[in-house]
Write a protein that binds this ligand. Structure first.
Ligand SMILES: [Zn+2]
Length: 477
Protein backbone atom coordinates (compact mmCIF):
# COMPACT_ATOMS: atom_id res chain seq x y z
CA UNK A 1 0.00 0.00 0.00
CA UNK A 2 1.07 3.56 -0.69
CA UNK A 3 1.55 6.15 2.03
CA UNK A 4 -2.10 7.02 2.46
CA UNK A 5 -1.63 9.89 4.92
CA UNK A 6 0.72 11.71 2.53
CA UNK A 7 -1.83 11.13 -0.23
CA UNK A 8 -4.64 12.55 1.91
CA UNK A 9 -2.62 15.72 2.50
CA UNK A 10 -2.38 16.14 -1.29
CA UNK A 11 -5.98 15.30 -2.26
CA UNK A 12 -8.15 16.57 0.66
CA UNK A 13 -10.44 19.33 -0.63
CA UNK A 14 -9.98 22.78 0.92
CA UNK A 15 -12.71 24.27 3.10
CA UNK A 16 -14.21 21.03 4.41
CA UNK A 17 -14.70 20.32 8.13
CA UNK A 18 -13.12 16.88 7.83
CA UNK A 19 -11.89 14.50 5.13
CA UNK A 20 -10.77 10.89 5.32
CA UNK A 21 -9.58 7.94 3.25
CA UNK A 22 -10.19 4.25 3.93
CA UNK A 23 -8.19 1.85 1.77
CA UNK A 24 -9.09 -1.86 1.74
CA UNK A 25 -7.35 -4.71 -0.04
CA UNK A 26 -9.06 -8.08 0.19
CA UNK A 27 -7.74 -11.30 -1.37
CA UNK A 28 -10.02 -14.36 -1.37
CA UNK A 29 -8.75 -17.83 -2.20
CA UNK A 30 -11.31 -20.59 -2.64
CA UNK A 31 -11.01 -24.33 -3.21
CA UNK A 32 -13.96 -26.71 -3.57
CA UNK A 33 -14.34 -30.46 -3.97
CA UNK A 34 -17.73 -31.84 -4.97
CA UNK A 35 -18.47 -35.58 -4.82
CA UNK A 36 -14.78 -36.23 -4.27
CA UNK A 37 -13.66 -34.35 -7.39
CA UNK A 38 -11.69 -31.08 -7.30
CA UNK A 39 -13.95 -28.53 -8.93
CA UNK A 40 -12.84 -25.00 -8.35
CA UNK A 41 -9.78 -23.05 -7.35
CA UNK A 42 -10.18 -19.31 -7.53
CA UNK A 43 -8.35 -16.24 -6.34
CA UNK A 44 -10.06 -12.88 -6.33
CA UNK A 45 -8.64 -9.53 -5.34
CA UNK A 46 -10.52 -6.35 -4.51
CA UNK A 47 -8.56 -3.18 -3.79
CA UNK A 48 -9.75 0.42 -3.58
CA UNK A 49 -10.30 3.52 -1.49
CA UNK A 50 -13.36 5.19 0.03
CA UNK A 51 -13.13 8.98 0.10
CA UNK A 52 -15.26 10.77 2.68
CA UNK A 53 -15.84 14.44 3.44
CA UNK A 54 -17.89 16.31 6.03
CA UNK A 55 -19.49 19.56 4.78
CA UNK A 56 -22.23 21.59 6.48
CA UNK A 57 -22.87 18.72 8.93
CA UNK A 58 -23.37 16.11 6.18
CA UNK A 59 -21.08 13.30 5.05
CA UNK A 60 -20.46 12.62 1.36
CA UNK A 61 -18.82 9.46 0.03
CA UNK A 62 -17.27 8.24 -3.19
CA UNK A 63 -15.21 5.11 -3.81
CA UNK A 64 -12.60 4.44 -6.44
CA UNK A 65 -10.36 1.64 -7.63
CA UNK A 66 -8.01 4.26 -9.17
CA UNK A 67 -5.69 4.76 -6.20
CA UNK A 68 -3.35 7.37 -7.65
CA UNK A 69 -3.71 11.06 -6.75
CA UNK A 70 -5.78 11.80 -9.86
CA UNK A 71 -8.23 9.00 -9.03
CA UNK A 72 -8.58 10.07 -5.42
CA UNK A 73 -9.06 13.76 -6.37
CA UNK A 74 -11.88 12.79 -8.72
CA UNK A 75 -13.54 10.69 -6.01
CA UNK A 76 -13.10 13.50 -3.45
CA UNK A 77 -14.87 15.92 -5.85
CA UNK A 78 -17.77 13.49 -6.17
CA UNK A 79 -17.91 13.01 -2.38
CA UNK A 80 -17.94 16.79 -1.98
CA UNK A 81 -20.83 17.27 -4.39
CA UNK A 82 -22.80 14.46 -2.66
CA UNK A 83 -22.25 16.08 0.75
CA UNK A 84 -23.35 19.51 -0.53
CA UNK A 85 -26.45 18.03 -2.17
CA UNK A 86 -27.48 16.03 0.91
CA UNK A 87 -26.74 18.69 3.58
CA UNK A 88 -30.10 20.52 3.18
CA UNK A 89 -31.95 17.17 3.54
CA UNK A 90 -29.93 15.74 6.44
CA UNK A 91 -31.76 14.28 9.47
CA UNK A 92 -28.83 15.21 11.71
CA UNK A 93 -25.92 17.63 11.50
CA UNK A 94 -22.69 15.81 12.32
CA UNK A 95 -19.39 17.23 13.46
CA UNK A 96 -15.89 15.75 13.83
CA UNK A 97 -17.01 13.62 16.81
CA UNK A 98 -18.50 11.19 14.29
CA UNK A 99 -14.96 10.27 13.14
CA UNK A 100 -12.70 9.61 16.18
CA UNK A 101 -9.03 10.53 15.51
CA UNK A 102 -7.80 7.07 16.55
CA UNK A 103 -4.31 5.81 15.90
CA UNK A 104 -3.35 2.16 16.18
CA UNK A 105 -2.72 -1.23 14.64
CA UNK A 106 -4.73 -4.46 14.88
CA UNK A 107 -3.62 -7.80 13.49
CA UNK A 108 -5.35 -11.18 13.60
CA UNK A 109 -3.59 -13.19 16.29
CA UNK A 110 -3.05 -15.98 13.78
CA UNK A 111 -1.55 -14.89 10.47
CA UNK A 112 1.32 -17.37 10.39
CA UNK A 113 0.15 -18.85 7.12
CA UNK A 114 -1.42 -16.22 4.94
CA UNK A 115 -2.31 -18.33 1.92
CA UNK A 116 -3.85 -21.69 1.26
CA UNK A 117 -0.87 -23.95 0.88
CA UNK A 118 -0.35 -26.66 -1.72
CA UNK A 119 -2.13 -29.86 -0.79
CA UNK A 120 -5.42 -28.15 0.03
CA UNK A 121 -7.20 -30.24 -2.61
CA UNK A 122 -5.73 -33.47 -1.20
CA UNK A 123 -7.05 -32.40 2.21
CA UNK A 124 -10.52 -31.67 0.81
CA UNK A 125 -10.61 -34.96 -1.11
CA UNK A 126 -9.70 -36.78 2.13
CA UNK A 127 -12.57 -35.03 3.94
CA UNK A 128 -14.93 -35.94 1.06
CA UNK A 129 -14.08 -39.62 1.56
CA UNK A 130 -15.14 -39.32 5.19
CA UNK A 131 -18.33 -37.48 4.20
CA UNK A 132 -19.32 -40.35 1.90
CA UNK A 133 -20.11 -42.65 4.80
CA UNK A 134 -22.20 -45.09 2.73
CA UNK A 135 -23.79 -45.85 -0.65
CA UNK A 136 -26.87 -43.75 0.14
CA UNK A 137 -24.78 -40.54 0.37
CA UNK A 138 -25.66 -39.00 -3.00
CA UNK A 139 -23.68 -35.78 -2.81
CA UNK A 140 -20.79 -34.37 -0.81
CA UNK A 141 -19.22 -30.93 -0.69
CA UNK A 142 -15.97 -29.89 0.96
CA UNK A 143 -14.82 -26.32 0.50
CA UNK A 144 -12.50 -23.79 2.05
CA UNK A 145 -12.30 -20.02 1.64
CA UNK A 146 -9.34 -18.02 2.94
CA UNK A 147 -9.68 -14.24 3.02
CA UNK A 148 -6.82 -11.88 3.68
CA UNK A 149 -7.90 -8.31 4.51
CA UNK A 150 -5.65 -5.28 4.94
CA UNK A 151 -7.16 -1.88 5.65
CA UNK A 152 -5.92 1.58 6.52
CA UNK A 153 -7.90 4.65 7.60
CA UNK A 154 -6.45 8.17 7.72
CA UNK A 155 -8.15 11.52 8.31
CA UNK A 156 -7.47 15.24 8.42
CA UNK A 157 -8.11 15.15 12.19
CA UNK A 158 -5.17 12.77 12.70
CA UNK A 159 -6.66 9.26 12.53
CA UNK A 160 -4.26 6.57 11.34
CA UNK A 161 -5.42 2.98 11.77
CA UNK A 162 -3.98 -0.14 10.12
CA UNK A 163 -5.72 -3.51 10.47
CA UNK A 164 -4.82 -6.92 9.04
CA UNK A 165 -7.14 -9.87 9.47
CA UNK A 166 -7.15 -13.38 8.08
CA UNK A 167 -10.43 -15.29 7.85
CA UNK A 168 -10.93 -18.95 7.21
CA UNK A 169 -14.33 -20.40 6.25
CA UNK A 170 -15.04 -24.09 5.73
CA UNK A 171 -18.08 -25.87 4.41
CA UNK A 172 -18.70 -29.63 4.70
CA UNK A 173 -21.94 -31.33 3.68
CA UNK A 174 -23.35 -34.75 2.87
CA UNK A 175 -26.78 -35.45 1.36
CA UNK A 176 -28.35 -38.86 1.93
CA UNK A 177 -31.08 -40.06 -0.42
CA UNK A 178 -33.47 -43.02 -0.19
CA UNK A 179 -36.41 -42.86 -2.58
CA UNK A 180 -38.30 -39.65 -1.81
CA UNK A 181 -36.48 -39.09 1.51
CA UNK A 182 -33.61 -36.61 1.30
CA UNK A 183 -31.61 -35.59 4.38
CA UNK A 184 -28.74 -33.12 4.21
CA UNK A 185 -26.29 -32.84 7.08
CA UNK A 186 -23.60 -30.17 7.32
CA UNK A 187 -20.81 -29.13 9.63
CA UNK A 188 -22.51 -26.33 11.64
CA UNK A 189 -25.32 -25.48 9.19
CA UNK A 190 -25.45 -24.33 5.58
CA UNK A 191 -23.26 -21.28 6.25
CA UNK A 192 -20.44 -23.48 7.55
CA UNK A 193 -17.77 -22.23 9.92
CA UNK A 194 -15.93 -18.91 9.75
CA UNK A 195 -13.14 -17.90 12.07
CA UNK A 196 -10.26 -15.49 12.25
CA UNK A 197 -7.65 -18.17 11.80
CA UNK A 198 -4.61 -18.82 9.65
CA UNK A 199 -4.47 -21.63 7.11
CA UNK A 200 -2.44 -23.65 9.62
CA UNK A 201 -5.81 -24.42 11.27
CA UNK A 202 -6.54 -26.76 8.36
CA UNK A 203 -4.23 -29.32 9.99
CA UNK A 204 -6.65 -29.71 12.91
CA UNK A 205 -7.75 -33.40 13.09
CA UNK A 206 -11.18 -32.24 14.33
CA UNK A 207 -12.09 -31.61 10.65
CA UNK A 208 -11.69 -35.33 9.87
CA UNK A 209 -13.84 -36.31 12.86
CA UNK A 210 -16.56 -33.83 11.97
CA UNK A 211 -16.62 -34.90 8.30
CA UNK A 212 -17.14 -38.53 9.37
CA UNK A 213 -19.93 -37.50 11.78
CA UNK A 214 -21.69 -35.41 9.10
CA UNK A 215 -21.77 -38.40 6.71
CA UNK A 216 -22.86 -40.91 9.35
CA UNK A 217 -25.64 -38.69 10.71
CA UNK A 218 -27.02 -37.98 7.23
CA UNK A 219 -27.51 -41.76 6.89
CA UNK A 220 -29.03 -42.09 10.40
CA UNK A 221 -31.57 -39.36 9.56
CA UNK A 222 -32.96 -41.54 6.72
CA UNK A 223 -34.19 -44.02 9.33
CA UNK A 224 -35.28 -41.45 11.94
CA UNK A 225 -38.88 -40.59 12.90
CA UNK A 226 -40.23 -37.10 12.26
CA UNK A 227 -39.86 -34.59 15.08
CA UNK A 228 -43.08 -34.57 17.19
CA UNK A 229 -45.50 -31.62 17.04
CA UNK A 230 -46.32 -30.21 20.49
CA UNK A 231 -45.06 -27.81 23.16
CA UNK A 232 -42.01 -28.94 25.14
CA UNK A 233 -38.56 -28.07 26.47
CA UNK A 234 -36.04 -27.18 23.73
CA UNK A 235 -32.29 -27.61 23.97
CA UNK A 236 -30.29 -25.75 21.31
CA UNK A 237 -26.69 -26.57 20.36
CA UNK A 238 -24.29 -23.63 19.88
CA UNK A 239 -24.41 -23.99 16.06
CA UNK A 240 -28.17 -23.20 16.11
CA UNK A 241 -27.85 -20.69 18.95
CA UNK A 242 -25.63 -18.75 16.56
CA UNK A 243 -28.57 -18.01 14.26
CA UNK A 244 -31.03 -17.57 17.13
CA UNK A 245 -28.80 -14.86 18.64
CA UNK A 246 -28.14 -13.28 15.24
CA UNK A 247 -31.77 -12.99 14.15
CA UNK A 248 -33.69 -12.37 17.37
CA UNK A 249 -31.14 -10.39 19.44
CA UNK A 250 -28.59 -8.96 16.98
CA UNK A 251 -30.81 -7.55 14.23
CA UNK A 252 -33.56 -6.10 16.48
CA UNK A 253 -30.92 -4.29 18.57
CA UNK A 254 -29.26 -2.56 15.59
CA UNK A 255 -29.70 1.13 16.33
CA UNK A 256 -30.14 2.21 12.69
CA UNK A 257 -33.10 -0.18 12.35
CA UNK A 258 -34.63 1.31 15.51
CA UNK A 259 -34.08 4.81 14.04
CA UNK A 260 -35.88 3.68 10.87
CA UNK A 261 -32.98 3.78 8.38
CA UNK A 262 -33.44 0.18 7.23
CA UNK A 263 -37.26 0.13 7.13
CA UNK A 264 -37.41 -0.07 3.33
CA UNK A 265 -35.02 -2.97 3.02
CA UNK A 266 -33.73 -5.07 5.94
CA UNK A 267 -36.65 -3.98 8.13
CA UNK A 268 -37.20 -2.24 11.45
CA UNK A 269 -37.34 -3.54 15.01
CA UNK A 270 -39.82 -4.26 17.78
CA UNK A 271 -37.34 -2.66 20.20
CA UNK A 272 -37.72 1.08 20.99
CA UNK A 273 -35.15 3.58 22.25
CA UNK A 274 -37.01 3.85 25.59
CA UNK A 275 -36.47 0.12 26.15
CA UNK A 276 -32.75 0.64 26.88
CA UNK A 277 -32.21 0.09 30.60
CA UNK A 278 -35.82 -0.99 31.11
CA UNK A 279 -36.78 -3.94 28.92
CA UNK A 280 -36.55 -7.44 30.41
CA UNK A 281 -35.41 -9.10 27.19
CA UNK A 282 -34.88 -12.56 28.62
CA UNK A 283 -34.62 -14.58 31.80
CA UNK A 284 -31.96 -13.61 34.37
CA UNK A 285 -29.74 -16.33 32.85
CA UNK A 286 -29.37 -14.30 29.63
CA UNK A 287 -26.21 -12.17 29.39
CA UNK A 288 -25.10 -11.07 25.92
CA UNK A 289 -21.91 -9.19 25.05
CA UNK A 290 -20.53 -7.33 22.05
CA UNK A 291 -17.01 -8.73 22.17
CA UNK A 292 -14.46 -7.81 19.49
CA UNK A 293 -11.64 -9.21 21.64
CA UNK A 294 -11.95 -13.03 21.31
CA UNK A 295 -8.89 -14.01 19.25
CA UNK A 296 -10.38 -16.57 16.84
CA UNK A 297 -13.84 -15.04 16.44
CA UNK A 298 -14.72 -13.88 12.93
CA UNK A 299 -15.40 -10.18 13.60
CA UNK A 300 -12.66 -9.30 16.08
CA UNK A 301 -10.98 -5.96 15.36
CA UNK A 302 -9.25 -3.06 17.05
CA UNK A 303 -11.31 -0.24 15.51
CA UNK A 304 -14.51 -0.07 13.49
CA UNK A 305 -14.56 1.46 10.00
CA UNK A 306 -15.04 5.03 11.22
CA UNK A 307 -12.15 4.69 13.68
CA UNK A 308 -14.01 4.03 16.96
CA UNK A 309 -11.84 1.90 19.30
CA UNK A 310 -13.52 -1.50 19.79
CA UNK A 311 -14.16 -2.59 23.35
CA UNK A 312 -16.17 -5.40 24.94
CA UNK A 313 -19.58 -4.16 26.12
CA UNK A 314 -22.49 -5.86 27.88
CA UNK A 315 -25.65 -5.59 25.76
CA UNK A 316 -28.08 -7.67 27.83
CA UNK A 317 -27.24 -7.93 31.53
CA UNK A 318 -28.92 -10.85 33.33
CA UNK A 319 -31.95 -10.48 31.09
CA UNK A 320 -32.18 -6.67 31.00
CA UNK A 321 -31.43 -4.70 27.82
CA UNK A 322 -28.70 -2.17 28.69
CA UNK A 323 -27.10 -1.12 25.38
CA UNK A 324 -27.81 -1.13 21.64
CA UNK A 325 -25.69 -2.08 18.63
CA UNK A 326 -25.07 1.34 17.12
CA UNK A 327 -21.89 3.06 15.97
CA UNK A 328 -20.91 6.65 16.69
CA UNK A 329 -23.20 8.29 14.09
CA UNK A 330 -26.30 6.51 15.44
CA UNK A 331 -25.21 7.20 19.04
CA UNK A 332 -24.96 10.94 18.27
CA UNK A 333 -28.36 10.92 16.57
CA UNK A 334 -30.18 8.89 19.24
CA UNK A 335 -28.38 10.13 22.34
CA UNK A 336 -27.80 6.61 23.69
CA UNK A 337 -24.71 4.50 24.33
CA UNK A 338 -23.64 2.01 21.67
CA UNK A 339 -20.64 0.02 20.51
CA UNK A 340 -17.86 0.32 17.91
CA UNK A 341 -19.92 -1.33 15.18
CA UNK A 342 -20.10 1.11 12.26
CA UNK A 343 -18.69 -1.11 9.55
CA UNK A 344 -18.49 -1.41 5.77
CA UNK A 345 -18.32 -4.64 3.77
CA UNK A 346 -15.47 -3.24 1.65
CA UNK A 347 -13.85 -0.08 0.26
CA UNK A 348 -16.83 0.60 -2.01
CA UNK A 349 -19.45 0.93 0.74
CA UNK A 350 -20.17 3.48 3.48
CA UNK A 351 -20.04 2.18 7.06
CA UNK A 352 -23.41 1.44 8.73
CA UNK A 353 -24.51 -0.17 12.02
CA UNK A 354 -23.70 -3.88 12.01
CA UNK A 355 -23.31 -6.72 14.38
CA UNK A 356 -19.75 -7.87 14.92
CA UNK A 357 -19.09 -10.56 17.53
CA UNK A 358 -22.27 -10.91 19.55
CA UNK A 359 -21.99 -13.64 22.17
CA UNK A 360 -24.15 -15.31 24.78
CA UNK A 361 -22.03 -15.66 27.90
CA UNK A 362 -21.56 -19.12 29.48
CA UNK A 363 -23.56 -20.11 32.55
CA UNK A 364 -23.01 -22.73 35.25
CA UNK A 365 -24.60 -25.98 33.96
CA UNK A 366 -22.86 -28.92 32.34
CA UNK A 367 -24.49 -30.48 29.27
CA UNK A 368 -25.35 -33.51 31.38
CA UNK A 369 -27.14 -31.34 33.96
CA UNK A 370 -29.16 -29.53 31.27
CA UNK A 371 -30.36 -32.84 29.84
CA UNK A 372 -30.92 -34.40 33.29
CA UNK A 373 -33.19 -31.49 34.25
CA UNK A 374 -35.43 -32.00 31.19
CA UNK A 375 -38.48 -34.22 31.58
CA UNK A 376 -39.89 -34.01 28.04
CA UNK A 377 -37.87 -32.16 25.43
CA UNK A 378 -36.05 -32.14 22.15
CA UNK A 379 -32.46 -31.21 21.39
CA UNK A 380 -31.70 -29.57 18.01
CA UNK A 381 -28.53 -28.65 16.16
CA UNK A 382 -27.37 -27.05 12.88
CA UNK A 383 -29.73 -24.62 11.17
CA UNK A 384 -31.56 -25.73 8.04
CA UNK A 385 -34.09 -22.96 7.43
CA UNK A 386 -35.16 -19.67 8.93
CA UNK A 387 -37.99 -17.21 8.68
CA UNK A 388 -38.48 -14.06 10.75
CA UNK A 389 -40.69 -11.01 10.32
CA UNK A 390 -39.13 -7.64 9.47
CA UNK A 391 -39.56 -6.32 13.02
CA UNK A 392 -37.60 -9.39 14.17
CA UNK A 393 -40.29 -10.52 16.57
CA UNK A 394 -41.96 -13.74 15.32
CA UNK A 395 -39.62 -16.45 14.07
CA UNK A 396 -39.59 -20.02 12.82
CA UNK A 397 -36.41 -22.08 12.49
CA UNK A 398 -35.71 -25.56 11.13
CA UNK A 399 -32.71 -27.66 12.12
CA UNK A 400 -30.91 -30.59 10.51
CA UNK A 401 -30.94 -32.99 13.42
CA UNK A 402 -33.00 -33.49 16.58
CA UNK A 403 -32.84 -35.86 19.52
CA UNK A 404 -35.70 -36.52 21.89
CA UNK A 405 -35.06 -36.00 25.59
CA UNK A 406 -37.16 -38.25 27.84
CA UNK A 407 -37.03 -38.18 31.65
CA UNK A 408 -33.56 -36.63 31.76
CA UNK A 409 -31.98 -38.88 29.12
CA UNK A 410 -31.08 -38.30 25.47
CA UNK A 411 -33.34 -40.48 23.30
CA UNK A 412 -33.53 -41.35 19.60
CA UNK A 413 -32.65 -39.07 16.67
CA UNK A 414 -35.60 -37.33 14.94
CA UNK A 415 -35.57 -35.67 11.54
CA UNK A 416 -36.95 -32.37 10.22
CA UNK A 417 -37.10 -30.68 13.66
CA UNK A 418 -38.53 -27.14 13.71
CA UNK A 419 -39.59 -24.64 16.36
CA UNK A 420 -41.29 -21.27 16.44
CA UNK A 421 -41.73 -18.46 18.91
CA UNK A 422 -41.81 -14.75 19.75
CA UNK A 423 -38.47 -13.18 20.62
CA UNK A 424 -39.20 -11.91 24.15
CA UNK A 425 -41.33 -14.91 25.21
CA UNK A 426 -38.65 -17.25 23.91
CA UNK A 427 -35.70 -15.55 25.67
CA UNK A 428 -37.71 -15.20 28.89
CA UNK A 429 -38.18 -18.98 28.76
CA UNK A 430 -34.40 -19.55 28.94
CA UNK A 431 -34.12 -22.03 31.83
CA UNK A 432 -30.55 -23.28 31.55
CA UNK A 433 -27.23 -22.02 30.14
CA UNK A 434 -24.31 -24.34 29.59
CA UNK A 435 -20.89 -23.74 31.12
CA UNK A 436 -17.64 -23.02 29.29
CA UNK A 437 -17.22 -26.72 28.35
CA UNK A 438 -20.31 -26.35 26.09
CA UNK A 439 -19.26 -22.94 24.67
CA UNK A 440 -18.38 -22.78 20.95
CA UNK A 441 -17.47 -19.98 18.56
CA UNK A 442 -19.08 -19.73 15.12
CA UNK A 443 -19.34 -17.07 12.44
CA UNK A 444 -20.48 -16.28 8.93
CA UNK A 445 -19.19 -13.98 6.17
CA UNK A 446 -22.67 -13.24 4.81
CA UNK A 447 -24.88 -11.15 7.10
CA UNK A 448 -26.77 -8.99 4.60
CA UNK A 449 -27.99 -5.43 5.11
CA UNK A 450 -27.90 -1.96 3.55
CA UNK A 451 -28.73 -0.45 0.18
CA UNK A 452 -26.72 -1.21 -1.90
CA UNK A 453 -26.36 -4.56 -0.16
CA UNK A 454 -23.40 -5.23 2.11
CA UNK A 455 -22.54 -8.83 3.07
CA UNK A 456 -20.39 -8.64 6.17
CA UNK A 457 -18.52 -10.96 8.53
CA UNK A 458 -20.03 -11.59 11.96
CA UNK A 459 -19.19 -13.94 14.82
CA UNK A 460 -21.44 -15.56 17.42
CA UNK A 461 -20.38 -17.70 20.35
CA UNK A 462 -22.73 -19.52 22.68
CA UNK A 463 -23.00 -22.37 25.12
CA UNK A 464 -25.70 -25.06 24.94
CA UNK A 465 -29.00 -23.45 26.03
CA UNK A 466 -32.36 -24.74 27.28
CA UNK A 467 -35.77 -23.09 26.77
CA UNK A 468 -39.15 -23.97 28.33
CA UNK A 469 -42.58 -24.20 26.69
CA UNK A 470 -41.53 -24.01 23.04
CA UNK A 471 -43.78 -24.92 20.11
CA UNK A 472 -41.94 -27.61 18.09
CA UNK A 473 -43.04 -29.45 14.97
CA UNK A 474 -41.90 -31.89 12.29
CA UNK A 475 -41.85 -31.69 8.51
CA UNK A 476 -39.52 -30.12 5.97
CA UNK A 477 -39.97 -26.34 6.03
ZN1 LIG B 1 -27.87 -10.86 9.43
Amino acid sequence: MTDLSAQLARVAPRGVAWAGLREVREVTRAAMVRDGLPERAATRESHGVLCEVLVDGAFGYAATGARDDAGLRLAMERALSHARASAPLAVHRFDERARPPSRGVYRSPSVRSRALEGGVFDWLVGLSRRLKAGAEIGRTTAAVFAVDVTSRQVSTSGADVTQETFHLSTDLSATAVRGAVVQRRTDAGPLGRSHQLGAEALGDPAFEERAARVGEEALLLLDADECPTDTRTLLLAPDQMMLQIHESIGHPLELDRILGDERNYAGSSFVRLVDVGALQYGSPLLTVTFDPTLPAENASYGFDDVGAPATREVIIDRGRLVRLLGGVESQLRAGVAGVASQRASSWNRAAIDRMANLNLEPGASTARELVAGTRRGVYMEANRSWSIDDRRENFQFGCELGRLVVDGELGPIVRNPNYRGRALDFWRGLSGVGDRSTFEIFGTPTCGKGEPNQAIRVGHASPLCRFEGVSVFGGAS
